[in-house]
Design a binder for this molecule. Structure first.
Ligand SMILES: NC(=O)c1ccc[n+]([C@@H]2O[C@H](COP(=O)([O-])OP(=O)(O)OC[C@H]3O[C@@H](n4cnc5c(N)ncnc54)[C@H](OP(=O)(O)O)[C@@H]3O)[C@@H](O)[C@H]2O)c1
Length: 359
């Protein structure tokens, strides 16, 4: 079984190694871009050339020593990241040269696919791909599926209920809000600028959006939810979540998707004193449920079918912010914390160069 298309061993791989744990924003001293040589493949391995890399708030968690669902990336290792790539050399039949794959391929140009060391097995994308590749890391990928699982399994909004979504212009929030609209709810978003709020209402179809950088944001939030909040799809945590909890209705569901405002806290830059309004869960007989998309691989086909249906019916749009070039990983990660991306944030590393197998 010799499927090596071309000898890539010895070719240069630009990759990011984690040198130290960041404090606050990520710097090039934390993530060092180095040039290494692509290794010779052993039996059972394939070589993935990355095409798109996903920038996720979780990247920042994995750089820290925060107790998490995955171990911290050890210092000196290639930084963990999800990506889409093309097999360019192979010593296994199930991943032929040309196949498009998704997996934990890391912040680098080339990754060695190897079941013995991969965090989770790579999956092959459908061939031919029914949607543009970036969508498989966004609306039809792990962020869209997070929104689907959180909204359908935990939030379960009924027509007429009020759903509040934080980080509403982002990858998860934008899809979560559009699903809630499709279920007939009244949907209020929260985002960090007037432009983003306009996008959330005019392009994504939310009913209202609160700019949390407006000094009067607490009053604006109260005015936007006159009938209270039945579902809080929480992506941000901290004082914003505290304020939303003060508006919960009896029997409300808090979908705890993420708390991005706290992911840099290990740096000692946080002055926030902890969630103050958790007691509202008791007062309002409400529930709060955390969940992780990675736990539900068996639900991905169902989620993708639903999300693809909304897209094809014109009831959902998919937004992406695409940063060019492997050399721009550090600045791109920080965009998530600076609020300078809209929709799914991706890094474009290359385009497919080999014919995709049809069988
Ligand atoms: N549970 C799961 O399985 C799962 C899976 C994927 C993601 N998540 C979580 O979902 C959330 C969103 O992730 P994403 O990938 O979709 O990122 P994203 O929303 O596309 O990007 C992050 C956004 O968060 C906002 N933000 C950053 N710092 C903030 C702060 N201190 N206060 C308020 N807003 C802040 C920014 O938007 P503004 O301009 O509006 O500030 C930024 O654009 C994260 O908490 C992430 O951890 C959970």
């Amino acid at each position: 079984m010799e499927q090596v298309e071309e000898t890539l061993a010895g070719k240069t791989n630009r990759c990011y190694r984690l040198r130290q744990r960041p404090t606050g924003r990520v710097t090039s001293a934390d993530l060092e871009l180095v040039e290494e040589t692509v290794p010779e493949l052993a039996d059972g391995q394939a070589l993935v050339r990355n095409l798109y890399l996903s920038l996720d708030p979780s990247n920042r968690i994995w750089m820290s020593e925060m107790r998490s669902y995955l171990p911290p990336v050890p210092l000196g290792e290639v930084m963990r990241a999800i990506g889409i790539g093309q097999i360019v050399a192979s010593r296994r039949e199930d991943f032929p040269v040309g196949a498009l794959v998704m997996g934990f391929s890391g912040f680098q140009e080339y990754a060695v696919l190897d079941d013995a060391t991969d965090l989770t097995p790579y999956t092959r994308l459908p061939e031919p791909t029914p949607a543009p590749l970036p969508m498989f890391l966004g609306a039809l990928g792990h962020t869209g599926i997070t929104a689907y699982l959180g909204m359908h399994d935990i939030g379960r909004p009924e027509p007429g209920e009020t759903v509040f979504v934080s980080a509403a212009a982002g990858a998860v929030g934008s899809v979560a809000g559009q699903i809630a609209k499709a279920r007939g709810a009244r949907v209020v978003g929260l985002a960090g600028s007037p432009d983003k709020c306009a996008h959330v209402v005019e392009a994504l179809g939310f009913d209202e959006c609160v700019n949390y950088k407006d000094p009067a944001w607490r009053e604006l939030l109260a005015a936007a939810v006159p009938d209270g909040v039945d579902v809080n799809f929480e992506n941000v945590g901290g004082p914003i979540m505290d304020e939303v909890l003060l508006h919960l209705n009896i029997g409300a569901r808090v979908v705890l998707s993420g708390m991005i405002s706290q992911y840099e806290a290990s740096s000692g830059t946080s002055t926030w004193a902890g969630q103050q309004s958790i007691g509202q869960l008791i007062m309002q007989r409400a529930s709060m449920t955390g969940f992780l998309v990675l736990d539900h691989a068996e639900r991905f086909p169902e989620a993708i079918e639903y999300l693809a249906g909304l897209l094809s019916e014109g009831r959902m749009r998919s937004d992406e912010t695409i940063v060019e070039g492997i050399e721009n990983v550090v600045g791109a990660i920080n965009q998530l914390f600076e609020g300078t991306s809209t929709g799914k944030l991706l890094l474009h590393v290359g385009d497919p160069e080999l014919a995709v197998p049809t069988g």
